[in-house]
Design a protein around this ligand. Sequence first.
Ligand code: SF4
Length: 477
Amino acid sequence: MFDKFREECGVFGISGHSEAANLAYLGLYALQHRGQESAGIASSDGVQIRHRKAMGYVNEAFNAESLAALSGNFAIGHVRYSTAGESKLSNAQPIVIDSVHGPFAIGHNGNLVNAGELRDALVREGAIFQTNSDTEVVVHLFARSKSDTTEGAIVDAISQVRGAFSFIMMTRDRVIGVRDPHGFRPLALGRLGDAWVMCSETCALDLIGATYVRDVEAGEIVVAGPQGLKSIKPYAPAPSAQCVFEHVYFARPDSYVFGESVNEVRTDFGRRLARESPVDADVIVPIPDSGVCAAVGYAEQSGIPMRMGLIRNHYVGRTFIEPQQSIRHFGVKVKLNPVRSIIDGKRVVLVDDSIVRGTTSRKIVRMVRAAGAREVHMRISCPPTVSPCFYGVDTPRRSELIAATHTMEEIRKYLDADSVAYLSLEGLAGGVKGGRSKYCTSCYTGEYPVAFPRDEAAYLQLALKLNPELEKDPVAS
Ligand code: SF4
C-alpha cells in the first residue's frame, strides 16, 4: 500500500467454457492486487482471437458490452504493473499476433533477464518491435521458429529466454501455461466442470467456483485443449527458486501459493518473529493490511493482545488533492488513522511485513507516538531487504533500500522507534516448505540464482553508497 516492493503481474486462462471471457474478467478481478496499471482479455471462438486492453483497474477496463464482444470458449487475461517497459497502453497485455501457426495471444508474469540481448539480435535480423515489453521478444521467437507445430514453436521460443516467467498463452483452440524451470512465479491449475483454468493465484479459482488441482510445475508446459490436458517437460531440471516474497507480501492471504496457504505461512512468520525478537509491551498493532497475518502470529506467540490500532481508509483513490495548507503526516493520514483509545499510554508493537525505504514506516511510528503511545517497537516479518529484484518485481535501486545502507541502530533512529527487529533469514526459510533450497531469497542476500546483464550488476554497486536523502526528515518537509 505504501513503501513496498511493487507486485508484478497476474495471469489467468480458461479453456473449454462457454462463458470464458466473463470468467477471465472475474479471475482478473481476484488478481487485481498483482497489477493495477492495465488489464486485458483475449478470447477465441475456435477461429478468431479478439481482444481488449485498457489502462486502469479491471472494472474500468471492461463493461458488459466489451465483454460480450469477447466471444468463444477460450480466454486468457492479464493485469499489469510494469516491471519492464513503460506504463502505456501499447505495453498492456495480452499481446495478440497472427503467425504461421495461426492467431496467438500471450500474457506474462515475471521478467526475462536476457530480453535486451535477444531483442538486439532480433532487431539486427530485421524484427520490428511494437512495444518495449520483454514479452514481445518471446512473440518474435515464437513467430520465427522453424518448428511445424505450435507446441514445438513455444518450446523453441521458451528455451531461448532466461529469467522468471509464468506465461499464459492461447491459440485458436487451446490455452497453454508455462512456468520457468526455476519456478520463480506461481501458476495454479484448476478445474471448473469440464473446463481447465490456469491462474497466478488460487484466489481467482475460488471466485469463479473452480477447484484447485495442482500447481503447474517448474519447467512444465501445460496445454489445455480439445484433447484434454497435456503436460510437456522439455527442459533440464534447474535449481528451484520460488519467490519467497509471494509469501511475505505479494500474494493474497486467501491464496495457496507454491503448495502452501499464504495465510498460514505469513502467520507463522509472525510467530517466529515473536520467538526471535520478543518485547515487553501492552498491545500488538498491525499495519493494515500488509502486517495483519504476521501480527496475528506475533500476538499468538507472545500472548500480548492484538488490536486494530490503525484503521485503513479503503476508499482512497489513486490520486487525491493535497490541501494547500500543510497537514502533518497528510499522505499517510489519508490512508491510515490511529485509534487513540487503543494506543494512548500504551507500549505498542507495530508489525509490518517489510520495509523498503523506511519513509512511510517512520511517518506511521510518529503518528502512533502522536496518538499517545508510550513506546513504539517495530517488528518486521521478513529479513532486511538489501538487494533489488531482477525477476519481475519492481524494486528501488539498492542505494534507496534503507537496510542496504544503514545499520540496525541507524534504522531504529531513522524510524524514531524504541526498538526495531526483523525476522532472520533462517526464520523466514524455516517458515516455508523446503526452506532456502526451494526459494529465491535474493532480495535479502544479494545472491542471485539466475545471472543478469552486466549493466544491471554495475547498478547494484550503488549499494555501497549511503543515500543522503534518507537522512532528511520527510515528515518535516
Ligand atoms: S529477489 Fe526477492 S522479490 Fe525477486 S524473485 Fe527473489 S525473493 Fe522474489
